[in-house]
Design a binder for this molecule. Structure first.
Ligand code: DAH
Length: 388
């Protein structure tokens, strides 16, 4: 049987020694002070105030002390632990505040930074101009007609009085679809829409058709194998060339400004009789033929201003001194076209016209190279903004 352990002096148990408790406390306080982040402080808390820390072990020993020793040891350990947890709380508050502050700086959002890094893009000016042209005619009660770009030879040529051996066929260098015996072409003009319209609706007909056309042309500053035309067709009772002239004058001034009218020069197209080339009053010199920066003179419009102030050097560069600019073709619908499309030529007459949209755009905006319209450079399209 064993007797009481007379050697055991709980006050002398290592974890409870005054200098050990002090050392543990000081080590804890130093570690707390040097914790630079909340993460580090968490580790310090576990090490110096956790269940297995020196001070926690000392605290556990207190229970084993005889009552008379408990008070003093309890006070010492309690004060040390109190100091440590106070220091932990204070450091925690400081580090949290720093953390918040850093987040505010690091994660700050500069609301003045640009948000529209991607250019908004713009519609192609040929698209907007085609729509604008359509609007000019829709405002007069006309309709927009459409036709396919892959077209039957018969509609592209024969129905328009361009028979198989008609010399005018060679005026339009044609892309043929394979195999040629199918007689399918890429339309060489928007005129087949005339035939399509007359075959599908009864007069009165008032239509415009803007669209793409194709010819085996070289690709250069003034030619392209693909380009754009707008076709106009009116078939009704009592239609004369005067209606044609009035419509084109209105179209011209809608495109180029008040006072820009047209003149007709006799010409030939198989689908119109009589036919004419349409010229515009030059919208730069307004028909004077003179460079507006140099002087004024008698104009093509017939209005007199002053004597010409110069000849070659003072010529308007846009119309080369002519006062007029070629714009398109037109005429009275050939009765043979009406007949081919089942329209009674005794009862109905009509007029038709065809203009280049690309040319119209180049005039309106001073575009000097046709290729700019087709090369897809966003800097070109962007310059036209976001007109809709
Ligand atoms: N289709 C003709 C061409 O491409 C243009 C044209 C001329 C159309 C006279 C017409 C017209 O409707 O009457 O050259």
């Amino acid at each position: 049987m064993s007797g009481p352990n007379t050697d055991y002096d709980p006050v002398e148990v290592t974890p409870l020694k005054a200098d050990e408790v002090e050392a543990a406390r000081d080590a804890a306080l130093a570690a707390i002070e040097s914790a630079g982040t909340l993460e580090e402080l968490k580790r310090v808390r576990t090490e110096h105030a956790g269940d297995r820390s020196a001070l926690a072990l000392a605290n556990r020993e207190i229970g084993a002390l005889p009552p008379q020793a408990r008070k003093e040891a309890g006070q010492r350990v309690g004060q040390a632990r109190g100091a440590v947890s106070k220091a932990l709380a204070a450091r925690q508050a400081v580090l949290e505040a720093e953390h918040e502050e850093r987040i505010l700086v690091e994660e700050a959002v500069d609301v003045t930074l640009p948000w529209d890094r991607y250019p908004a893009g713009a519609r192609h000016p040929l698209t907007t101009l085609s729509e604008r042209i359509g609007d000019v005619f829709v405002a007069m009660g006309w309709e927009i007609a459409e036709g396919p770009v892959v077209e039957a030879e018969w509609l592209n040529f024969d129905a328009l009085n361009l028979g198989a051996d008609h010399p005018a066929r060679t005026m339009q260098d044609t892309f043929w679809m394979e195999p040629p015996e199918n007689a399918i072409v890429l339309r060489t003009h928007t005129s087949p829409v005339q035939a399509r319209t007359l075959l599908t609706r009864k007069p009165p007909v008032y239509v415009v058709c803007p669209g793409r056309v194709f010819r085996t042309d070289e690709y250069d500053a003034t030619h392209s194998p693909v380009f754009h035309q707008v076709e106009g067709l009116v078939v009704d009772e009592g239609i004369t060339m005067a209606h044609l002239k009035g419509s084109l004058d209105h179209f011209a001034s809608s495109m180029f400004g008040e006072g820009i009218t047209t003149r007709f020069r006799p010409s030939y197209f198989p689908f119109t009789e009589p036919s004419a080339e349409v010229d515009l009053v030059c919208f730069v010199c307004r028909g004077t033929g003179l460079d507006p920066a140099v002087g004024t003179s008698v104009g093509a419009s017939g209005s007199t201003a002053a004597e010409p102030t110069s000849s070659a050097h003072g010529s308007c560069r846009t119309c080369k001194g002519e006062g007029w600019i070629e714009w398109g073709g037109c005429g009275v619908v050939n009765p043979r076209v009406l007949v081919a499309c089942g329209v009674d030529p005794e009862r109905y007459t009509g007029f038709a016209f065809g203009m280049g949209i690309d040319r119209t755009l180049m005039f309106r905006h001073g575009v000097e190279d046709l290729r700019d319209l087709f090369e897809g450079d966003v800097r070109f399209v962007g310059a036209f903004g976001t007109e809709i």
